[in-house]
Design a protein around this ligand. Structure first.
Ligand code: UTP
Length: 297
């Protein structure tokens, strides 16, 4: 059976406290790697995977995100008049077809699970993807596209998974593996942010998911029984209690945690060096910096 995934949720309602004071007025997802905001990388990845409907879960202070996807007629006219076709092409990628994009408010930052739940009426009864724009993944074939292809054979729920050292496990949701098939694992449990000694494996969940609408029902149940943050991993875990399949997918690519300062800087260096127009000058600068630093030590 062909399982089409055409809707994606982008939860962007978090407070982004690790980037304060910048995120006091600039949404984290608008911060740029080289010359594209994080959200553009996420949208491009979704488009490559065949996503047609883009659902943003936003919050107060995120209007820059909504403006980013609008047409900019004066700017476009000015660039056209000056014959700047390359810049016009770059702008073209930011335009969204009317009706393809929807914004839902999360009125309180009650966690990732709650943010996804806020989009429930727009998902209705279809499988859907979730993309966290602050996890940026550099890959020959975009990560979500790899997952959508694998999902054609599995159905169920699928989470992107990545090997992490044991001491880092406490920063992630970690998979308890039932069966390791190589690229794919089937899962018998998930533990949110375990101590290193309690981590059931070294496979951590990264911010790409393909989920069944049943997960929204689970979120509904969890939400009404909890006063605090609603975890998405708990709702996926509940699928296992009901004997439905959950898979981890070891994607091919390099993931950058752009929700943290160190990860954002690493991504800036990696994406800067991957750009033909910057590589030589930027690479030379980095080499000089390294030489200076080792001389100083
Ligand atoms: P993070 O855990 O990175 O939280 O959220 P954050 O608020 O964005 O950043 P810090 O930790 O304060 O620096 C992971 C993803 O879940 C979304 C965020 O926008 C981000 O894409 N999220 C988180 C929500 O949409 N709503 C929430 O209530 C929490």
């Amino acid at each position: 059976m062909k399982r089409e995934v055409t809707k994606a949720i982008f939860p962007v309602a978090g407070l982004g406290t690790r980037f304060l004071p910048a995120t006091k007025s600039v949404p984290k997802e608008i911060m740029t790697l080289v010359d594209r905001p994080l959200i553009q990388y996420a949208i491009d990845e979704a488009r490559a995977a065949g996503i047609k409907e883009f659902i943003f879960v936003t919050s107060r202070g995120k209007s820059a995100l909504e403006d980013y996807f609008d047409h900019a007629p004066e700017l476009e006219t000015s660039l056209r008049r000056k014959g700047k076709t390359d810049l016009l092409d770059a702008l073209e990628n930011t335009n969204m077809e009317s009706g393809a994009i929807a914004y839902i408010r999360q009125h309180k930052a009650l966690g990732l699970g709650h943010a996804v739940w806020c989009a429930r009426r727009l998902i209705a009864d279809e499988p859907f993807a979730v993309i966290l724009p602050d996890d940026v993944i550099a890959a020959e074939k975009p990560c979500l596209q790899q997952m959508v292809e694998a999902y054609q054979d599995t159905g169920g729920c699928m989470v992107a998974a990545m090997e992490v050292p044991p001491e880092k496990a406490s920063a992630y949701g970690v998979l308890d593996i039932k069966d390791d098939m190589g690229t794919m694992v089937s899962v018998k449990g998930m533990v949110e942010k375990p101590d290193a000694a309690d981590a059931p494996s070294n496979l951590a969940v990264i911010g790409r998911y393909i989920l069944t609408p049943k997960v929204l029902q689970n979120l509904n149940d969890i939400k009404s029984g909890s006063g605090g943050e609603v975890q998405l991993t708990d709702a996926i875990h509940q699928e296992l209690h009901q004997d439905r399949d959950v898979y981890g997918y070891r994607f091919r690519g390099q993931r950058f945690d752009c929700g943290s300062k160190a990860g954002f800087l690493q991504a800036t260096v990696a994406f800067g060096l991957s750009r033909p127009d910057l590589r030589d000058e930027f690479g030379q600068y980095l080499r000089e910096m390294m030489t200076l630093q080792s001389a100083a030590q």
